[in-house]
Design a protein around this ligand. Structure first.
Ligand SMILES: [Fe+2]
Ligand SMILES: [Fe+2]
Length: 308
């Protein structure tokens, strides 16, 4: 973002982010504003968020630090990744953020946690390690990024193939998760209803990490044809909270009338992270609709992020 922000402004936005008495959607908007500002002061304010009681907010703080991409966040992200008192979903996002920043100095810590007792953390670190290797491989030289979104992804798309081939690879567990993620992002970048439906076939996988990433990209794609697949996972009480939360956020992003009704239904869910995801999605949609939708010098939500 080219606009200059004074330290006082950044501090004021950081105070909103870190005020536990404020509504979560307001705190999320403060976080997205800080992500957009992306200065060292903004990073320091986001880093304060990790003492929060909400895993949802903390995992979004980690995601935003990864997307900003400044190595100044490596210290706090490394601490969060190694902190067993943090929710595994937050630790996962810290590991993924380290991969997104892509600094080779993270290799050791990622290696260590690639065998973490929490499966979602271990798998995240395995993928992040592969991304670090990929960033330095010869293929990278001629790589053309086809990502139509502004996200820094955990894996690059494949350079060849079609929807049928990518769907096959997506669901072939004999491949590494990194390779399957490559197929996943190929389908996401290709776009359209068929690619979205192909992606939704992965929601039956055994890895919670893999399924939550599928739900995340379906939220980016906003294809209404996958609403029933997403709501099936959200409704499944045996599904991991990490996956159900991401399905709720994707439904909030697709935002058809049917999505809103499902989100209202799960606003009182027994899992805090699911409940809060529905609450934030609904409140943000209300806020976007309201006429005063303007904050931090006209930074718009839709310009800055899809929630993770
Ligand atoms: Fe995630
Ligand atoms: Fe998430």
């Amino acid at each position: 973002m080219s606009r200059q922000f004074s330290c006082d402004t950044v501090e004021a936005v950081g105070a909103v982010l870190n005020d536990w008495s404020k509504a979560l959607d307001e705190r999320f908007r403060a976080l997205f504003t800080l992500r957009g500002i992306a200065t060292r002061e903004a990073i320091a304010q986001i880093a304060r968020g990790f003492s929060d009681p909400s895993a949802l907010l903390k995992h979004e703080c980690a995601y935003c630090l990864g997307q900003i991409g400044d190595p100044a966040a490596l210290g706090v992200l490394t601490r969060v990744l190694g902190d067993k008192d943090q929710d595994p979903m937050v630790r996962h996002e810290a590991g993924e953020a380290l991969g997104a920043i892509g600094d080779p100095s993270c290799g050791r810590i990622l290696e260590e946690h690639s065998k973490d007792a929490a499966q979602e953390v271990a798998e995240t670190c395995q993928i992040a390690l592969e991304r670090l290797r990929w960033l330095r491989c010869p293929e990278r030289e001629s790589f053309v990024d086809t990502n139509p979104y502004s996200s820094v992804d955990p894996a690059p798309p494949l350079t060849t193939g079609d929807v049928r081939q990518w769907q096959e690879m997506l669901n072939d567990t004999s491949h590494s998760l990194f390779s399957r993620y490559r197929a996943l992002f190929s389908l996401r970048n290709h776009g359209g209803p068929d690619a979205a439906l192909a992606l939704a076939t992965g929601l039956g996988d055994s890895s919670a990490l893999f399924k939550h990433e599928i739900a995340y990209v379906l939220g980016q794609m906003k294809e209404p044809g996958v609403v029933s697949a997403l709501s099936r996972s959200l409704r499944d009480p045996s599904e991991e909270a990490m996956v159900r939360h991401e399905c709720a956020e994707a439904l909030g992003s697709i935002a058809t009338q049917e999505c809103l009704e499902i989100l209202r239904e799960f606003r009182g869910d027994g899992e805090r992270v699911v409940r809060e995801s529905c609450e934030v999605a609904l409140d943000m949609l209300d806020y976007e609709k309201s006429s005063e939708f303007q904050y931090a010098n006209t930074v718009r939500l839709s310009d800055v992020t899809t929630t993770h």
